[in-house]
Ligand binder design. Structure first.
Ligand SMILES: O=P(O)(O)OC[C@H]1O[C@H](OP(=O)(O)OP(=O)(O)O)[C@H](O)[C@@H]1O
Ligand code: HPA
Ligand SMILES: [Mg+2]
Length: 175
């Protein structure tokens, strides 16, 4: 890893307050139904857990893992499925939960893959969106924050597997 330090971009209070709002919005949108949250490992673990606590309709969860970044700050462009879902999503109201949409490659690939499995509905919820970096277009229904083009860590996001446990979103500044 290059020499770097971390600066706060979004405080713990801001992130928590926005997740509460997203939970309330999802609860309203799915009133009278249940939701099946798909947590994309590893980055979205923290966000998925906090969001699930703020949703008031019945929630079930499953986990999937893709990888494209490895130890780099640039996507390799190849999305690998490392772990598939345990359960069927057929006829369920599925929401893919992501920590960040950057190039859009991961979510575009996942949305196509999951749409083929006949869910009742399929939406995407991401904590962070970096629109400037988009290479592949993807419709995202729920966005926590739009951010500038900085490599960010914390709240599940890593730089070479470090910093996931920071309770805020920090940006990596290279010294
Ligand atoms: O829009 P994209 O350019 O595809 O980037 C977004 C994806 O990259 C990160 O995952 P990563 O592959 O680093 O796995 P991780 O969650 O285990 O860190 C992040 O969690 C998203 O899944
Ligand atoms: O800014 C980022 N930080 C960490 N992981 C990422 N994966 C895509 N973009 C990022
Ligand atoms: Mg990563």
């Amino acid at each position: 890893m290059e020499k770097h330090h971390i600066e706060v971009m979004l405080s713990e209070e801001k992130v928590d307050a926005r997740i509460k709002e997203l939970g309330e919005q999802i609860s309203r949108d799915y009133a009278g139904k249940s939701v099946h949250l798909i947590c994309i490992l590893k980055g979205s673990v923290y966000f998925t857990c906090e969001l699930a606590k703020r949703i008031t309709v019945p929630v079930t969860m499953d986990f999937m893992q893709c990888s494209s970044y490895g130890g780099e700050t640039k996507s390799s462009g190849i999305v690998k499925i490392v772990k598939d879902l345990d359960e069927t999503i057929m006829d369920r109201n599925v929401i893919i939960i992501e920590d960040i949409i950057d190039s859009g490659r991961t979510l575009s690939h996942l949305k196509k893959l999951l749409a083929q499995r006949n869910p009742a509905s399929l939406k995407i919820c991401t904590l962070l969106d970096k629109p400037e970096r988009r290479v592949v277009d993807v419709d995202v229904e729920y966005v926590g924050f739009q951010i500038e083009d900085k490599f960010v860590v914390g709240y599940g996001l890593d730089y070479d597997q470090q910093y996931r446990n920071l309770p805020y979103i920090g940006m990596v500044e290279f010294d």
